[in-house]
Design a protein. Structure first.
Length: 330
């Protein structure tokens, strides 16, 4: 315990819970401000290697959260390490500890796929697709993946076709080996895009990486509609913010959208043309009796109308219409 070296002592153990070997992490902290194994010294390196060995062999991870645990950069790295392991099912528990946004987002974004509220999420997505289809000045852009993207865009596309209107639905895919400059229908996409194109709308293959595709989407679209999602969804939403585009996070659905709503309040103002009262409706918990999926969708449309009205009044920033970027759970 050399005071010149800031050493983190990890308290962990493996325990069989049910049929799975579970990693349980707590904390014993001398100091915890080191940012890497090299800075921490040999003792910390051994501790982290021990952690990685146990984490790799575990099927689940439980974090015993305390204020000192959350204050430790090493602890946060441990959580991220467990969260990114595909075989892990991560949970946290603690006393009267206020969880920071990064942790709330990480856990809610990864666990909500199995949550009982998925039926509500599906209802919201379908209602959104149906309602947006009635706005002839709206087009949808997705990442071409399953989940909320596909549910909303399919409902949108079906409703448009039933009404004899143009689908105005596009799926942006990055090409991992085909012609990066091609623009094609879903049925005629290159042989090696990043994912199988949906069989509706049009697939546009652009860029040779997800990062390049995201840059194009952020330039192209006016609005990012964030529906639940995980850590990747937050990274994508950030790109829209940095391109001065509006991100509309549906906090009441949980996941990345819930965390991003809180981050937006701290880092950014409510979008111009939208009242604080209306914006706060995105955070109202869904309840079958008082605030339903229909109420949420109606408020989303009010916000979109408010944004469009603001744009129409700002002649210097007028656009012919809104293209909504959808990114949800997979």
């Amino acid at each position: 315990k050399n005071p010149a070296r800031q050493v983190f002592h990890l308290n962990l153990r493996l325990q069989v819970i049910g049929s799975r070997e579970t990693l349980i992490l707590g904390d014993e902290l001398d100091t915890c401000s080191h940012s890497s194994v090299e800075q921490a010294g040999d003792e910390s390196r051994e501790s982290l290697l021990d952690f990685q060995t146990k984490a790799d062999s575990a099927g689940a991870a439980v974090f015993i959260v305390s204020d000192s645990f959350l204050a430790s950069r090493s602890s946060r790295n441990h959580i991220f390490y467990c969260e990114t392991a595909e075989a892990h099912d991560s949970r946290c528990c603690g006393g009267n500890v206020q969880l920071p946004t990064w942790l709330t987002m990480l856990l809610e974004g990864s666990n909500s796929v199995q949550a009982p509220g998925q039926q509500v999420l599906r209802l919201v997505c379908k209602a959104l697709g149906e309602a947006l289809a009635q706005l002839d000045w709206v087009g949808l852009v997705t990442g071409g993946g399953p989940g909320a993207d596909q549910i909303v865009s399919r409902q949108f596309s079906d409703s448009r076709r039933q009404n004899g209107q143009s689908e105005d639905t596009w799926h942006l895919l990055h090409d991992s080996g085909g012609d990066k400059s091609s623009s094609t229908s879903a049925a005629a996409a290159p042989k090696s895009p990043n994912t199988t194109p949906p069989q509706f709308g049009k697939s546009l293959v652009c860029g040779d990486s997800a990062a390049e595709r995201l840059q194009i989407a952020a330039h192209l679209c006016s609005l990012c509609l964030l529906i639940e999602g995980g850590t990747k969804s937050v990274e994508e939403a950030d790109q829209f913010m940095w391109h001065d585009k509006v991100v509309l996070p549906l906090k009441c659905l949980g996941g990345a959208a819930a965390s991003y709503y809180g981050e937006s309040e701290r880092r950014f103002e409510v979008p111009p043309g939208v009242s604080q009262k209306l914006w706060s409706k995105l955070a109202v918990p869904l309840d079958c009796g008082n605030y339903t999926a229909e109420h949420l969708v109606a408020n989303v449309l009010k916000i979109i109308h408010s944004l469009r009205g603001y744009e129409k009044r700002a002649a210097a920033q007028q656009r012919p219409g809104f293209l909504c970027r959808l990114r949800g759970t997979t």
